[in-house]
Design a protein around this ligand. Sequence first.
Ligand SMILES: *Cc1c(COP(=O)(O)O)cnc(C)c1O
Length: 383
Amino acid sequence: MPDKSEARIYLSSPHMGGEELLYVKEAFDTNWVAPLGPHVEAFETECAAYAGVRSALALSSGTAAALLASRLLGLGDGDVFFCSSLTFVASLAPLVQSGAKPVLIDSEPDSWNMSPYALKEAFDDAKQSGAAPKAVMLVNLYGQPCDMDELIPMCLSHGVPVIEDAAESMGSLYRGRTTGSFGRFGFYSFNGNKIITTSGGGMLLSDDEEAIVKARFLSTQARDKVPWYQHSELGYNFRMSNVLAGIGRAQMKLLEKRIEQRRAVYRRYHEALSGKPGVAFMPEPDWSRSNRWLTTMTIDPAAAGTTNMSVIEALEAQNIESRPVWKPMHLQPVFEGTRFYGHRGLDISGALFKNGLCLPSGSNLTTEDQDRVIEVLSMKLSG
Ligand SMILES: *Cc1c(COP(=O)(O)O)cnc(C)c1O
């Protein structure tokens, strides 16, 4: 019988620090409940400074940020863009919904992120066929940065701007520089499961201050600068509220602590399980510091004597939430028939999905709870 008597352990749940309420109270006390307000502006300034970019725009979601970035790059009907295949659908859904066509790029084994080999092949083919992409969407998966020095110069040499999906990687570093700052545009997500949260929200980042001014205009219904409501183009209602920005400001102060806590969770899993046959953790190449948003591993059934799905079931029986690795976009029904470039003729992202597992990784996971998770894993992985 499944033992569900113990409290549920979640994959990644919101972790408030306490000061959030003070910021929310301030919004209430000053009646800056809506629209916008001082917390929004301050949160933007703080995020831009943190990311090391000139300008930032607080939005209702990371998905909204991805859409605005693609709109600012002029991506529309029939335009091609390259995108990491191993990601969450929100990296590309808004672009596809605006009529753009994805070409999906495999992962490399060293970082699980976009393979420079596969990207080069895609660029070579695009050059031959004359169908150059209009943008490249680079995703920093589970907090691990991409190999920027390999990928970014390649995009720039083809004159193609990069959008950096840093939704999962806030605070992660590539050669000491924060993710979100590498592309023409970058974005964070503050969804409830991310490393810090505003309950829901996103932040668009760029060094291009004019582009952020334009994004701000588009995100508030694209009103012309006249006293009446006049529109020369169509926008969106995508702004973050002042109440939620208050939560974000308090969460920002905790970010470094949250990264340390997530990394500690990873270290404990690694210590307890890395010696088991058939087990491999998501690598962290020495050019990076991952925020270890989620601890992820692969289980090779031949060596481990069990499968990722069997472990997920065993954890669920103990009321513990875990998940397979993202199902890559080239294997999604909705993207059937979409062009996919594998890494050196392989399908690395497909293999990671087949054997991959995400473990409970919240910064609020207690050592007692983590011991419960490790106990189940140890039993399943004993052979
Ligand atoms: C969460 C996430 C998004 C979307 O962010 P929302 O704020 O939920 O819209 C985009 N890309 C990746 C990789 C994500 O994990």
